[in-house]
Write a protein that binds this ligand. Sequence first.
Ligand SMILES: C[S@@+](CC[C@H](N)C(=O)[O-])C[C@H]1O[C@@H](n2cnc3c(N)ncnc32)[C@H](O)[C@@H]1O
Length: 256
Amino acid sequence: MEDWRPEDYLRFSDERSRPARDLLARIPLKAPELVYDLGCGPGNSTALLREAYPRAKLVGLDNSPTMLARARKDLPQVKFREADIATWPGDPNADLLYANASFQWVPDHVSVLLRLLRGLKAGGVLALQMPDNLAEPSHRLMRETAKSGPFAKALRHAAGSREVIRTPNEYYTLLKPHCRSLDIWHTAYYHILDGVQGIVDFVSTTGLRPFLDPLDDTTRGQFVDAYRANLAKAYPAVPDGKVILRFPRLFLVAQV
Ligand SMILES: C[S@@+](CC[C@H](N)C(=O)[O-])C[C@H]1O[C@@H](n2cnc3c(N)ncnc32)[C@H](O)[C@@H]1O
C-alpha cells in the first residue's frame, strides 16, 4: 500500500480521537512511568497520552514514515520510532502499551497481543481499540463494488488487507489466561457527515486505502463513483442533508 496521508487522516480528528479518549479513561493506572503508543499515527493519540500522563516517558511507534514525520512535527518533545508492531519485541519496563486503531492492520494480531502480554511486567497494561466495521455497509460495499467493473482484477486481493475482528468471547478466551483482569466493551459511534461524499472522505484515508492504492487515476475515479452510488442507497440523507455513519469499535484493556 502507499503511505498514509496524515493531513487527510486528521480531517476527522475529533471522530478518530474520541475512541482514543474513551480507551484512555478505562486504563487502571494513575502514573505510569513508561508508555508506548503502538501505531501512533500522526501523534493524535500520543498527544492524549501526554496530557493524561505528563510525567511519563512516552514513546510513539509506527511503521509509516509520513505519519511519524507529522507526529514529530506536532510533538517535538516526544520520542517517535519507526517500527513494525508485528515484530517489535516489547519492553519489559513498560507500564502501558496503548494502541488506538492500529491492531486491525497487524496480521495475526492475536499472536502479537499474546506475545506482548507475556512480555509485560506485573501490573502492566495493554490497552487497545479496533474498528469492528467490516460488516457495516460502508465496508461491505467496498468489497461488493470491487467485484465487478474495470477495477475488479486489480482489486481481487484488496479485501484481505484488514484483520478480521473476533468476538468478545473469543478475545476473553484467548487473552484472559495471560492477564489478571480483562475489560472488554463494544461501542457504536454515529458520525454525522456531509452526505455520502463525507463517508467516502472518512474511509478513504483508512479502510478504503487497500481499494484505492492498487488503481490508476482513471479506474480509481470509476471505483469511487460506483462505491458512492452504492453508499447512497445504504445511507439515505436525514432531513438536514447529512448522513449518519454507524461505526462500531471493540475495546480491550488487559492488566497482567
Ligand atoms: C488508523 S491509524 C491510528 C492512529 C492513531 N493511533 C489514532 O488514534 O488515530 C493506524 C496507524 O497504525 C499504523 N500501523 C498499521 N500497521 C502497523 C504496524 N504493523 N506497525 C506499526 N504501525 C502500524 C499506521 O501506519 C497508522 O499510522
